[in-house]
Design a protein around this ligand. Sequence first.
Ligand code: GTP
Ligand code: SPV
Ligand code: MN
Length: 610
Amino acid sequence: MSLTNNPNVNKWVDEMVALTKPDKVVWIDGSKEQLDALTDEVCALPEGNRDKMYRLNQDKLPGCLYHRTLPNDVARVEDRTFICTPTKEEAGPTNNWCDPAEMYAKLTPLYDGVMKGRTMYVIPYSMGPIGSPLAKVGVEITDSIYVVLNMNIMTRMGKAAFENLGDTSNDFVRGLHSKADVDPENRYIVQFPQDNTIWSINSAYGGNVLLGKKCFALRIASYQGKNEGWMAEHMLILGVKKPDGEVVYITAAFPSACGKTNLAMLIPPEGYKKAGYEVFTVGDDIAWMKPGEDGRLYAINPENGFFGVAPGTNEKSNYNALACTRKNAIFTNVALNNADNTVWWEGLDKNPPEDATEWKGAKVNGKEFTSVIGADGKPQKLAHPNSRFTAPAANCPCVSPEFNNPKGVPVSAIIFGGRRASTTPLVYQSFDWTHGTYIGSAVSSETTAAATGAVGVLRHDPMAMKPFIGYNVGDYWAHWLEMGEKLGDKAPKIFNVNWFKQDENGNFMWPGFGDNMRVLDWIIKRCEGKIDADETAIGYLPKKGDINVEGIEDEVTPEVMDKLLAVDKDLWKKEITEMRRYYKEDIADKGGHIPEALWAQLDKIEARLG
Ligand code: GTP
Ligand code: SPV
Ligand code: MN
């Protein structure tokens, strides 16, 4: 039975039922009884069933579940992701495009009868705190209990979302997902921005199927934000409480698997803790930002949980993220420790379990398995490099008291960053918002396992949004410039960081993780106008000695710091040459509408470089 009187919802669900022909339709009210029953059902499925989930050790990991996806379905698929706007020009050069009518015609036969023999779940959810003026409602239809249980963690799911939508509104995002037969040749992740619609088929993994996340909260929402005067960004949100008690909020955009979750949950080094600094997490992946009544930019996290990268997460690197995963979490594609029915991944500790099940499902001796060198020249892995945990934000020991604040938090600084082995210094500040927008447009980063395809290849990823901008990238940049104009002198200051600069031997020079607090400290002081900086060709850089290295002097010697903060003019001239090529060949020549002000930035930087 429907959970809403809203005729727009009911009519659409009826249409999707007629199309996909499920045996049964279940409306998700979000109640504990319903979710418990679904958990029982999905865990009772026979071994080998693709939908199957497992209960983990309920003493050590209460409420925690485990799932494996198919080996061909372990990451976002950018080559199968489409933005279907009426014209190709609207989608722009960074997106795959197809005419909406053509795409509907192509996908309709794939969905026709696809849920025969299966149950359809109708999931109402809110992105953002229920009742927040910045929040929006979505409804996801799926034939996967795994999706229901994950959406319960990642969003505010259930009846309250329908109450928020009301009985007449048509302002909700329609998401249709079916696992179908998980055929990668017929896998499609399709956004129709003008229709507030998402169609996803033949995948069961993360960003492809939890439609509130990348599909809605970034691709559709970026388009809505452009039209409605706000911003949807691939950004974490954190608060730094200073010794004087004031909390400064910072957002940061890094490409997938480049450190957002880690920075969002950072634990400050001892010296900072003693001095009274604390870090609070508002979000780890997505920020929706809109000017508030006082003219400042306010951010909410539209999500309600974290879908975090498991490998590398340990007590030391990210204590808080690990703590998030100790109850009511779902693990996907990590390894099992069969001795006690718990989970393991590379970088959790140095002891791969002997009695292990690796992420593809084979029982192996984990110690022997990980001592074999694979085809890539590296030890075989028990957990997939993009294996993840889904964990409620409420689990986070450092979750911000403002997490559910419907107004959001005022943003003082915006940070861009990526994985850059060379060229980009540890930190620098833009001269102004326009220059900061240029810096965002120039983000490039080495690719990671978060998307299918080669790993470690340098690619342009403007604002860390390349896979997520729901319209023409040039118009998106213009929107950034417009927002800056609207915010005027109340606009956040814009910075760029690089935790991944390498020495001659390919080792990271900066310790990263908790020590990134030292860079945040400089950023905050810059925002408060408390500290001077060196004006260089690329922006403001820390003066010698202004990045606090107390406690890490042995590792970050003055020579290392010089290298971390170096601006090599030759490398930067090459960088600008490449940016000109990128703007022209990859964007402008392919229908991207680059604002004049950004072209002008190239001239200015070039002039400064001499
Ligand atoms: P998505 O969820 O894909 O958007 O990723 P993310 O940006 O949240 O990345 P995450 O914080 O999960 O980090 C991904 C990888 O980068 C992990 O393997 C981390 O160990 C590593 N990492 C994060 N922060 C740092 C850092 O400061 N220094 C170094 N060297 N590695 C880091
Ligand atoms: C990312 O790839 O940026 C993620 C993971 O946050 S996914 O939800 O799969 O997109
Ligand atoms: Mn992400």
